[in-house]
Ligand binder design. Structure first.
Ligand SMILES: Nc1ncnc2c1ncn2[C@@H]1O[C@H](COP(=O)(O)OP(=O)(O)OP(=O)(O)O)[C@@H](O)[C@H]1O
Ligand SMILES: [Mg+2]
Length: 322
């Protein structure tokens, strides 16, 4: 990937460049992940200056042909969607529902109740992204952000073995970060661009992305604060997916208690904020035994449909005999 260094951006001197590097922003493209207000806060500078820096970075990148024109023809958009790459889930049924698997350049949300398979799916994807393109992977590595202490190396070993991959090597190619709270999660998300570039990453899985916000911002009084933070986080993820062409997968729970945010038990947490920022939403529900049903929710691209898959020791697979 061609890069424009921070120092080439008019308005950025040595001191600012160093400060930005410390914040995890390593090149001009990284600046486009932030709003002027956010960048001003991070640099402890005026919003006008932050705005100018972002605009200069944008213009420079455009001049060099490293970002797209804002106005494009619709056939170009179609071509862009058709250029998306996909990571197999391990189940052909589920891949077909998703038109090939989990897409790069997009944020895919899997939500559902406990035991519906969200964590197992993230584990399978973290292995499958490593497969060659012929086998349904991207031949790239994974970043796994674990907010619920449910990442399991031994599950990775099982799934890798079932795929004929060397388990040690497979584990080595998954970079895991534990996020302790929302502040930590937001800090981790700022370092994603650097980590993605340094480690040839094709998938970023965040399990669960929404639960920490739900746990920390309780009650009506905290709601707008929570939604604001969540909004920033979600849009940062979307821009990361688009700019670095990685598949971002997030998991989310369903609402349980009837109160302002938690009404319908089949609705995901986070309200409109999450709904607007994700590219694809998939609702998972339990069926008999180890079977699960996936359903695409509100997609402009996909016809409504469902897919049945199974959770096994080998990861996510198709149900036997179907
Ligand atoms: N090694 C394994 N072999 C077969 N099935 C397994 C294995 N490990 C876990 N499972 C199954 O996976 C299911 C749990 O799925 P998972 O942990 O992905 O749920 P989840 O949607 O992440 O739930 P939560 O909301 O609690 O995080 C259980 O039904 C469990 O039996
Ligand atoms: Mg889970």
């Amino acid at each position: 990937m061609e890069e424009v260094s921070l120092k080439e951006v008019p308005g950025i001197g040595d001191v600012t460049a160093r400060k930005l590097m410390e914040l995890g922003i390593t090149d001009a493209k990284g600046l486009l992940l932030y709003s002027p207000i956010q960048l001003a806060e991070m640099l402890n500078t005026a919003v006008e200056r932050a705005e100018k820096i972002i605009l200069n970075a944008y213009n420079l990148l455009k001049e060099r042909g490293l970002i797209e024109d804002d106005f494009v023809t619709a056939d170009y958009l179609l071509e862009k969607i058709s250029m998306r790459k996909y990571i197999t889930t391990g189940s052909k049924n589920l891949d077909n529902l998703l038109r090939g698997g989990v897409a790069t350049g997009a944020v895919t949300e899997f939500y559902g109740e406990f035991g519906s398979g969200k964590t197992q799916l993230c584990h399978s994807l973290a292995v499958n992204v490593q497969l060659s393109e012929d086998e349904g992977g991207l031949a790239k590595n994974a970043i796994y952000i674990d907010t619920e202490k449910t990442f399991s190396p031994s599950r990775i070993v099982d799934i890798a073995n079932a795929r004929g991959l060397d388990p040690r090597d497979t584990l080595h190619r998954i970079i895991v970060a534990r996020a302790y709270n929302t502040t930590h999660l937001l800090l981790l998300s700022h370092s994603l661009p650097r980590k993605i570039k340094e480690n040839n990453v094709g998938l970023v899985a965040i399990d669960s992305a929404i639960a920490p916000f739900r746990a920390e911002y309780i009650g009506r009084g905290k709601l707008s604060e929570r939604q604001q933070l969540l909004n920033r986080f979600m849009h940062e993820l979307l821009r990361i997916a688009e700019i670095y062409d990685v598949a971002v997968v997030i998991t989310n729970q369903v609402q349980e208690q009837p109160d302002i945010m938690f009404g319908d038990p089949t609705k995901p947490v986070g309200g409109h904020v999450v709904a607007h920022a994700v590219t694809y939403r998939i609702y998972l529900r339990k069926s008999k035994k180890n079977l699960r049903i996936a359903m695409i929710v509100d997609s402009p691209e996909h016809p409504p449909g469902e897919a049945v898959f199974a959770i096994t020791r080998a990861g996510i697979v198709d149900p036997e005999g179907i």
